[in-house]
Structure formats: C-alpha cells, structure tokens
Design a protein around this ligand. Structure first.
Ligand SMILES: Cc1ncc(COP(=O)(O)O)c(C=O)c1O
Length: 452
C-alpha cells in the first residue's frame, strides 16, 4: 500500500462523459486514440513525459527565471545543478532529449557502416542515429515478458562483446537506456552499467547513458542490488553517471519539467563538437532553447525526483496498478517498471488476430470503459506485421493521479476482462505509410465495439 506524499493545492477538473458519449467520441476519432480531444479524456496515461504536477517550490522557482539571451542567472544555476547531479563539468542544454540525440548522432556517426549498440534504444534515439546513417542493434538480456527476473533492462554483455570483437572499428558507441522504456520500463543494474563501461573503454568507444529516468532506475538499484541499500539515490545517480563518457537526459521525465534537457561530459572535444551543433539546432548554448523559467523549475524537479519518499510512492503506484490488472487476469510485462504498466495484448486478447490489432483493440476498450487514454508501445499498428510484440503501455504521469483514479481504471479493466471474448478487433480504413498510429482511421470488425 502507499499514500501520496503530497497535498493537492491546485486542481484541474476532469469531465466524466457517459459510456454512450465516449463511444460517439471514438467513432468520430476513427477509433484512433491520438485523435480523441483532450477535454474528452478522464485519465491520460499516454505518457509520463512533460505531464508531471509541479510542486510549490518549482512554481516559486519559475518566478526566478532570468530570460537573458546568454549567460543568464538561471543558466548558471542550471549548469551548477547538473554538474552536481552528473559529476561532469561540460554541460550542454537542449530543448528536449531528442535534440541531444540529434547532436550526438551527428558528432559520432561518420559513415553508413557505423554501428550503435544498446540494451534497447528508445524510438527517437534510434530514429536520430539511423537518420545519421548508423545501424542500431539492441542486445537485451534474454527474458520472457512475464518472468519476474530482476533488471530485465540490462544489456546482454556477451552478445555486445562478441559483436565488438568482430566489428570493432565500426562501432561508435554503446548507449544504455535507463530505465528501459521500450522494454517494460525495466531497470538496468549498476553491475551491468559498470561492465558496459569497462567494455566500452577496452574498445575505446564512449559509453552513453540515456538517463531520462535515472532517479527511478537508481531507486530500483537501491532496493534490489546487493550493497546499494546504504547509498542515497542521489549518490547512486552520481555513481552511474561516473561510469559514462556522456550522459544525456530529458528534463520532461525525472526532471518534472514541461520541456528541456541536457548533455553532460568531461570530454572537452566531444563537448566542443556538441556545442557547435547545438548553436544551429537547439538555441544559444547557454539555454538550449529552454526558458529561464524552465531551467529553474527543472533544477528543483531533478532534486525532488531523487527523494526516496517520492520514489517509494512513485514505484508503488505503478505496482498497485500492475497488481490490480494482474489479479483481474491481464497478461503483463513483469515485474512492474518504474513509470508504466505494460499489458501483453497478444496474450490478453489471444483470439484477436495480429492483423486486427490486439493492442489497439485494448486501447479503444479502455477509453470506452474508463475514458482512459493509453498507447501502443510496440505493436502491429505502430511497427507492422513483423513486430513480434503487441504491448499496450499505461504510463503514469508523476504526482497527477490519485489511488482512487487508479481504482477507476481497475474497475474498467474488470469490465473489459469480463467482455474480452466479445472484442473482435479492427481493420484499417485509411492510413499513411509511416507513423500510422498517429493518424490511421480504423473500423471495428463488428457493428458494435463489444459484440454482444
Ligand atoms: C528513454 C527515452 N529516451 C529519449 C526520449 C526522448 O525524450 P524527449 O521527449 O525529451 O525528446 C524519451 C521520451 O519519451 C524516452 O523515454
């Protein structure tokens, strides 16, 4: 059990529609959850990125925002805070993490035969490296989606080492994503990061941390990894950053901010190259496109997400939703991750064929039953019929929803579970070739969504 470690001072009203109204909304949106108007959504579990609630300290700090174009007071405070957090001297601010990825890709990738190795690259990371010409390979430790093994976000070191032995000169970096968003929000162990840093150093390539959720990852290390219980999460974060050559982070996740991010490194030559490009793509190199207000708010955000009472609540809330859905009968990615619950739609709706989009079918059912919006993380609508996974992600915004909101979602989950055999799936009426999840128009196979 958990109790929210905060009181609510400012509220955003939720408008609850009736089930009949929600079915009409779905039909008007072509059964595509991305097209459902925001004011028709009760619980928005589409993303945990940029959706957290601000504390009174963050709000007050925003008032200190210095909007000077260069060397603003806010930048000087931001730089100092990130140097402390990451233990690195060179800080390059960015408007959000994909900006950092674009800069890294341009700096590191020089020819089309280059490789980037990873535990699992997030979509934007992969997109940026691939569009710079690199081949990206994910070497994730083996593990069934449903197994309860610890640290299922780890890099498969043996595979990475073997690949490096055979293709050393063409591998440009190892990137570790903490936590592993695409694979269930699973954490990466300190031991794994340590071994990856040794491997990268032995091959003279940089180890890069995509540290978007490093506070959540640090908390899992404290709770699950032997020897780390005596360290604070802040200390663990610093130790993790100390193993990497470059750390980059979106301030929209564990920075509790609506925008922003940074790259940090002690490598002066990498920093100089990143800074030169940042000028073109991100903004002046002492803001990276962030306002002074955003930098001030993010400084406090990074501090607040490393508080252990907050982290305990955060992972407990995710675990509460996970255990509720598991008790109902949903097949899930186990154990619960740090920021989201992932439903294995292929197993949960085993009777719905892949070309009738099991993940989308569950997503639409959750909106119909709860007004809840969630998304396909890896699945047939997003990635086509060759994608082996069919995962629905329920990402929980930080400090936004209460236990009773989670219970409403669970009640809807129970109604869906009882009627699951009546869900028949969808066909595509119209869709573009790329990124079709955002704009596809779908049609239920049967006249009513729940065919009964
Ligand atoms: C693991 C990971 N890396 C990178 C990004 C990109 O971050 P941003 O949205 O700040 O560009 C995300 C966003 O969700 C993410 O989850």
């Amino acid at each position: 059990m958990f109790t929210e470690p905060f009181r609510i001072k400012t509220i955003e009203p939720i408008v609850f529609l009736t089930r009949r109204q929600r079915l009409k909304v779905l039909a008007e949106a072509g059964y595509n959850i991305f097209k459902v108007p925001g004011d028709k959504i009760a619980f928005d579990f589409l993303t945990d990125s940029g959706t957290g609630a601000l504390s009174k300290y963050q709000l007050a700090a925003s008032g200190m925002g210095d909007e000077a174009y260069s060397e603003s007071e806010s930048w000087l405070r931001f730089k100092k805070a990130i140097q402390k957090l990451s233990g690195k001297k060179e800080i390059i601010p960015v408007h959000q993490a994909r900006g950092a990825e674009k800069l890294l890709a341009e700096v590191l990738v020089s020819s089309p035969g280059d490789f980037i190795l990873s535990n699992t690259l997030y979509d934007t990371t992969r997109g940026n490296f691939e569009s710079a010409g690199a081949n990206c390979l994910d070497f994730l430790v083996q593990g069934e989606l449903s197994s309860w093994k610890k640290f299922k976000g780890n890099l498969d070191l043996k595979k990475a080492e073997k690949f490096l032995r055979q293709n050393n000169s063409s591998v440009k970096a190892i990137v570790l994503t903490l936590t592993n968003n695409t694979n269930g929000g699973q954490p990466v162990s300190y031991e794994n990061v340590f071994a990856a840093s040794k491997l990268a150093a032995s091959r003279n390539i940089p180890l890069i941390l995509d540290a978007c959720r490093i506070s959540e990852n640090g908390f899992f290390i404290k709770k699950l990894e032997k020897g780390f219980e005596r360290f604070s999460v802040q200390e663990i974060i610093k130790k993790l950053c100390g193993l990497a050559d470059v750390v980059y982070m979106s301030a929209k996740k564990d920075g509790l901010s609506d925008a922003g991010g940074f790259l940090s490194t002690n490598n002066k030559s990498i920093a100089a190259n990143l800074r030169r490009l940042a000028n073109f793509y991100e903004g002046y190199p002492t803001s990276g496109g962030m306002s002074g207000k955003t930098m001030e708010s993010a400084i406090r955000g990074f501090e607040e997400t490393a508080h252990e009472d907050y982290l305990d609540y955060r992972v407990s809330q995710v675990a509460y939703l996970h255990s509720g859905l598991a008790k109902i009968g949903f097949s899930l990615v186990n154990p619960p991750g740090g920021h989201a619950v992932y439903i294995d739609a292929a197993k949960t709706l085993a009777h719905v064929k892949k070309n009738n989009f099991p993940a989308q079918t569950l997503i639409v059912a959750f909106y119909a039953e709860a007004g809840m919006r969630c998304s396909e993380m890896a699945g047939s609508l997003t990635r086509g019929m060759n994608e082996p996974l069919e995962l629905v992600r329920l990402a929980i915004p930080r400090r936004v929803y209460t236990k009773s909101h989670i219970e409403s979602v669970l009640e809807a989950g129970l109604r869906i579970w009882k009627q699951r055999k009546n869900l028949r799936g969808f066909t595509i009426v119209q869709a573009p070739k790329h990124l079709r999840q955002f704009s596809a128009v779908l049609k239920p196979l049967t006249p009513s969504l729940f065919y009964n």
